[in-house]
Design a protein around this ligand. Structure first.
Ligand SMILES: *[C@@H]1O[C@H](CO)[C@@H](O)[C@H](O)[C@H]1NC(C)=O
Ligand SMILES: *[C@@H]1O[C@H](CO)[C@@H](O)[C@H](O)[C@H]1NC(C)=O
Ligand SMILES: *[C@@H]1O[C@H](CO)[C@@H](O)[C@H](O)[C@H]1NC(C)=O
Length: 485
């Protein structure tokens, strides 16, 4: 071909670009062929060359320039070091991942990954481009961001990794390192625990220093304390000083040995999550079990689905009142045989919950396990493989729509998060003093989050490019609502 002919072919291509329905895809195709050079942003990025593991199913031989880009929107959470950009070679395909926001509006940037705790509607990447998917990683407490618990908020995302089993890449057992962790023999024998009881230790331990939380746990514990002795060492409802040589590590992930042997002397541990949500279970549940103490648990309403067997924790919500719970604990405190039944799961054959066993066995990520990927890199690769699949399907469809149907759209829904409106830890909400800190904080936070989720949906549907317009949109929605009544 002469230069003129090549020029004409290109012109023809460019004209096609604006008329064919698969326009976006043609652009990507042309980039693949090197016809269309994307603007600069990438060229000033350094491509860190990493010796990455290429899975046996990955025969992706494309160069870095041809790979789809995944943009991590939360700069604080980029699971690579050093540098801002890397190539990842996943089980089936490869991608470029970056935290350089300059690529936000690029064609090649096919997915944006968000960290739930940092996700703010007024900082969202706008305008939202139709060819880009959004992926949400949110393993932390529901209290960190109620925007995601509202249907309009979560439906903005196409892929999720959350603690819910319904999520695309579930992190439900993220706080349980292994089966061996549960099987570890009790740190303190029952005989010894009983000796400590006779020496004046309470049957129940409470150790909490984060007091103003949506689950409102202190209100429940305060009531419980009227009916049974509870030793409380943390800042919340403190009634006992912690021995000087010990540090309050109740919120830390580390497991200081001296601290652990101190708390393991208690028969029962109050184990209450800071936020309530199905499948949200943390070390608060698993750590007492590791030590051989019986958790008195409130958090995930579906916790029973994950426990080693039907008798391994006391569930607060099984009792009509704190008083009834206290009676039950007292009975158990005086019945060694019955108490030990709660520790039977320390024998492997007594772990009968197949969902738990399968969950631990089938997860591809590890907890403190260097031989497995961590779940951040795992999710990143999950998104990479899904995006490459999707792009291939779109491409096939654009070439031959009769033969290849357009790929199904995919979006998250409330089953991926959907944590309920915070309610009082004890008693009806009407009886709570109007100046109560919890009352002033959490129900409001929840409903304001709904406004923000709806505001963001409005920004996106108006094709706004400035997320700071969020407040205006929320305001005008509120005006419309009150005007319409
Ligand atoms: C991703 O989610 C958005 C918002 O829900 C939706 O409009 C879009 O069609 C989805 N994209 C894909 C590829 O499923
Ligand atoms: C929510 O999403 C899940 C898949 O993630 C799907 O199985 C379920 O049907 C969806 N529910 C609704 C109400 O759309
Ligand atoms: C949406 O906004 C972008 C950037 O502001 C603009 O390029 C695009 O044409 C707009 N699309 C529509 C459908 O209004």
């Amino acid at each position: 071909m002469t230069g003129v002919q090549t020029g004409l072919v290109m012109l023809w291509w460019l004209l096609q670009l604006w008329t064919v329905p698969c326009r976006g895809q043609e652009l990507v195709d042309m980039m693949d062929k090197g016809v269309f050079q994307p603007q600069n942003a990438l060229s000033d990025m350094e491509f860190v060359s990493v010796s990455s593991y290429r899975g046996p199913g990955n025969s992706d031989m494309r160069s870095n320039k041809e790979l789809p880009i995944l943009l991590w929107w939360s700069a604080n959470l980029f699971p690579h070091f050093p540098g801002d950009t890397e190539r990842v070679d996943c089980a089936h395909s490869s991608c470029l991942v970056t935290r350089n926001r300059k690529v936000q509006l690029q064609r090649r940037t096919t997915a944006i990954i968000f960290y739930g705790t940092d996700f703010r509607a007024y900082e969202a990447p706008l305008p939202r481009l139709p060819h880009q998917t959004w992926a949400l990683f949110h393993e932390e407490s529901p209290m960190n961001n109620y925007v995601l618990s509202h249907s309009p908020g979560i439906r903005l995302f196409n892929y999720t990794a959350t603690f819910r089993r319904e999520s695309d890449y579930p992190l439900t057992l993220q706080w349980l390192p292994s089966l061996d962790y549960l099987l570890k023999p009790p740190s303190v024998s029952l005989q010894e625990k009983n000796r400590w009881r006779r020496a004046g230790l309470a049957p129940v331990l409470y150790m909490q220093s984060h007091c103003d939380v949506p689950s409102d746990r202190d209100r429940y514990v305060q009531e419980l304390m009227k009916y049974i002795q509870v030793d409380s060492y943390g800042k919340c409802l403190n009634n006992k000083p912690l021995p000087e040589h010990l540090e309050d590590t109740s919120t830390a992930t580390g497991e200081d040995r001296e601290f652990m042997s101190f708390v393991a002397r208690y028969k029962f541990h109050l184990a209450m999550e800071n936020g309530l949500c199905p499948d949200y279970m943390t070390e608060k549940l698993w750590r007492p079990m590791h030590q051989g103490c019986v958790p008195i648990y409130r958090g995930s309403s579906s916790v029973a689905d994950w426990l080693p067997n039907a008798r391994s924790a006391i569930l607060i919500d099984d009792f009509a009142s704190p008083q009834e719970l206290a009676e039950f604990i007292k009975t158990l405190d005086q019945d060694d045989e019955e108490y030990l039944r709660y520790l039977e799961y320390k024998t492997p054959s007594k772990i009968t919950n197949l969902r738990l066993l399968d969950g631990l066995q089938n997860r591809e990520w590890g907890v403190n396990d260097m031989s497995k990927p961590n779940y951040l890199n795992g999710f990143e690769c999950f998104v990479c493989d899904r995006e490459n699949e999707r792009l291939a399907a779109v491409k096939a469809h654009c070439r031959d729509p009769a033969k290849y149907p357009a790929p199904q759209l995919k979006m998250a829904n409330s089953s991926h998060m959907g944590c309920p409106l915070p309610s009082p830890g004890y008693g009806p909400i009407e009886e709570i003093d109007l100046n109560d800190g919890w009352l002033q904080m959490w129900p409001q936070d929840y409903w304001q989050s709904l406004d923000q989720a709806e505001g963001l949906v409005s920004l996106i549907s108006h094709n706004e490019s400035d997320p700071a317009l969020l407040w205006q949109h929320i305001h005008s929605m509120a005006m419309r609502r009150s005007g319409g009544q």
